[in-house]
Design a protein around this ligand. Structure first.
Ligand code: PEP
Ligand code: MG
Length: 308
């Protein structure tokens, strides 16, 4: 009997959520927020559309590399990014550049063993150290930008200098496309805020980019000094830690002062118990797994920020 009741509840909940399709992501008192989806590959776009997300807030592009036996070439990457951009039909698609190392190892990158890989050779550090790999991805991304609304963001940033180097490489890539007569569009550039260093200099970083997207999974791990993959520490891994929440607010305020929009793409973005807090902090975007979109929409639409 209990199982039957639970089943009926689930069906009712699903029906309610279906009603929310096509509805705006707006609070009772009229505050809008962008609700985007996180994906790991081209095939996930179907569930993004089925769940009515307004865009893609995090495309973890490393899956193109993880699924291959060798470096995916420019053409293969271009086709993947173009397909996602076209299928999203003009809605924003934020693609994160290669984020490997730490928990994501790839044999053909031939990386040396590290004692402490989470703090090691990973993400943007590898890309800046191996510009030929980075340029291939950027060229594919810029080529694909012509077919939709692509934005690019960079993982594991700790300094302004890294962002300046990235921009220099982008300028070279664009010059190459110009020389070859290949069209591309203006692309919004953003960074992931997922290190305490990036939080503390977010006022300076905000002058360099169009948007911030907070990677709360890594930010929490580095702030609390708790390995996100160590189950022994699960009982002290406090995703609502005041230190993390203060950092989120700091990043929103510093971003907004310089005209950057600010979102969250880490798991915390889908925490319904914090949706109201995020709205009050002033976040512009939340990017969550496709299956959470309509639940968060329901939460947003039932929130009234005029009630203290
Ligand atoms: C994060 O760190 O919060 C994030 C979104 O990136 P990933 O989980 O892929 O490291
Ligand atoms: Mg991360």
């Amino acid at each position: 009997k209990k199982m039957q009741e639970k089943k009926e509840e689930d069906i009712k909940a699903r029906e309610l959520l279906q009603e929310l399709k096509g509805k705006e992501d707006v609070t009772v008192d009229g505050k809008h927020i962008k609700l985007y989806a996180n994906i790991g590959g081209v095939k996930d776009v179907a569930s993004v559309l089925a769940n009515d997300a307004a865009g893609i807030g995090l495309f973890r592009s490393e899956f193109l590399y993880l699924e291959a036996d060798n470096y995916p070439n420019e053409e293969a990457q271009f086709q993947a990014y173009k397909t996602v951009a076209e299928n999203m039909a003009g809605k924003k698609v934020i693609i994160r550049t290669l984020d490997i190392g730490a928990d994501k190892q790839i044999d053909y990158f031939d990386m040396a063993h590290e004692e402490n890989p989470a703090m090691g050779y990973r993400a943007i550090r590898i890309c800046l150290d191996r510009p030929e790999v980075f340029k291939t991805q950027l060229r594919a991304l810029y080529r694909a930008s012509y077919y939709g609304t692509i934005a690019i963001m960079f993982p594991m940033i700790i300094s302004v200098n890294e962002v300046k180097k990235i921009k220099e490489i982008i300028a070279e890539v664009k010059a190459g496309l110009d020389a070859d007569g290949i069209p591309y569009k203006d692309v919004e550039l953003g960074i992931m805020i997922e290190t305490p260093a990036a939080v503390m200099i977010s006022d300076l970083l905000a002058k360099e980019v169009d948007f911030f997207s907070i990677g709360t999974n890594d930010l929490t791990q580095y702030t609390l000094a708790i390995d996100r993959q160590n189950p022994k520490l699960d009982n002290i891994y406090d995703s609502h830690h005041e230190a993390v929440l203060r950092m989120l607010k700091m990043v929103v305020d510093n971003g907004h002062k310089e005209g950057c929009w600010v979102g969250i793409c880490g798991e915390l973005g889908a925490d319904e118990t914090l949706t109201e807090t995020f709205l009050r902090m002033g976040f512009d975007e939340l990017s969550v797994s496709p299956s959470m979109i309509l639940r968060i929409r329901d939460k947003i639409r039932n929130t009234d920020l005029s009630v203290k």
